[in-house]
Design a protein around this ligand. Structure first.
Ligand SMILES: [Zn+2]
Length: 221
């Protein structure tokens, strides 16, 4: 899509939704934002958090990065985009939920299996960033082997979600709030082709379809 097309689309948005959302936007400006959920997803253009959660402006505080990675807490780190989002969501916005959303056909997870030459300066930060997926790759290889690529990539995507959830717990505010029962952390696996959604069940230690989550919720009410 060209910039011109995007501007035309913006004008359509303004005409179509301007009135519909004006009260909400006004309220969000006057009262400030108070999203209840931090949503961490991949930058992939096919993963659209507000679309798949059917949420409105002001509902989700979103961090998107290549591979939906969460760098482990490191107070000396200079590259702190995602860590700053996590701290702001927890300590300023006081969110109640963190959703870590991975997805099928993730280019970042697939890239873990391709070598990026050390001297390729145009890929410097991608090479460094992908190290946060190394552990998922190692676990997937140990489980699947290298032959069955389809299952290998899928396992990598799932191990990656679990790993990044663990990394979230290295943040002091997350660790404290989990301990106090004040925050709920969940891992999602979104299927690009079908729109199906699985979640990581920590008791069964595997991914289950969301329908099962809703059934379990109902059973405990
Ligand atoms: Zn991705």
């Amino acid at each position: 899509m060209s910039a011109e097309t995007l501007i035309k689309s913006y004008k359509e948005f303004k005409q179509k939704y301007g009135k519909q959302y004006s009260t909400l936007f006004q309220k969000l400006v006057e009262e400030g934002q108070s999203p209840k959920t931090l949503f961490i997803a991949c930058s992939d253009s096919r993963v659209v958090p507000s679309l798949i959660t059917h949420t409105k402006p002001g509902d989700l505080f979103i961090d998107r990065n290549i591979g939906n990675f969460v760098p482990p807490f490191d107070e000396d780190s200079e590259a702190s985009g995602t860590p700053a989002v996590i701290e702001y969501a927890l300590s300023v916005l006081n969110v109640d939920n963190i959703i870590l959303c991975g997805h099928t056909q993730c280019g970042a997870c697939k890239s873990l299996y391709q070598d990026i030459p050390e001297d390729d300066i145009e890929m410097t930060h991608i090479r460094k960033w992908l190290k946060f997926g190394e552990s998922a790759k190692e676990q997937a290889i140990a489980l699947i082997g290298l032959k069955d690529k389809k299952n290998l990539y899928s396992a990598t995507e799932k191990f990656n979600i679990i790993d990044q959830m663990k990394n979230l717990l290295t943040y002091p505010a997350v660790k404290r709030k989990v301990k106090e029962g004040k925050i709920f952390v969940q891992g999602w696996y979104y299927h690009l082709d079908s729109g199906e959604l699985e979640y990581f069940d920590p008791i069964e230690h595997r991914f289950l379809h969301v329908e099962q989550y809703l059934k379990k919720e109902k059973a405990t009410v």
